[in-house]
Design a binder for this molecule. Sequence first.
Ligand code: PCA
Length: 199
Amino acid sequence: MKVLVTGFEPFGGEKINPSWEAVKAIPDELSGAELIKVQLPVSFNRVRKLLPRLIVEERPDVVLLTGQAGGRPNVTVERVAINVMDSETPDNDGFAPEDEPVFEGAPEAYFATIPIKEVVKALRKAGIPAGISNTAGTYVCNTAMFTALHTVAVSGMETKAGFIHVPFSHSQALEKPRPSMAQETINRAVMEAVLSLLE
Ligand code: PCA
């Protein structure tokens, strides 16, 4: 079993991105599965180029993308990715698309192909506050999820793909009143999610 797990680099003036911190912390071999860990750039354009290449070259059985959803109080498993890029805040390349498709001519949306309810159950069983989210937004995370699902669909692969958003970690909330979770809990969430997908 081969699993591609990604986290994002920091953005929006943050020093860290708790999603990549969590991915980094997973052991390279988990329950006999081979893990490929990649840090993605917070860039609409680079993610749309890099992810398809990675998925087609590595042909993983599972793709689990993770990102930071600042302001959310719990870990959320995304249900759907939409064919929209729309942001007033520029990405790390300074690009701020308005109402542009991720891929011209692609379907309007894709549902996650990982068992989202099972993942939520596994997280809750591990004592981690978690739920389903019905929107991954219209920023780079949604683009990454859409790109992964579209790549799998057009290349006729059996790969299951999905996305998990994690809250700010405590270090990001020390001086600002905003919801946060311990990085160790976020690490455990991503690892438990991967483990649940190996079953
Ligand atoms: N979160 C952003 C992009 C990178 C990340 O970690 C998002 O939710 O779109």
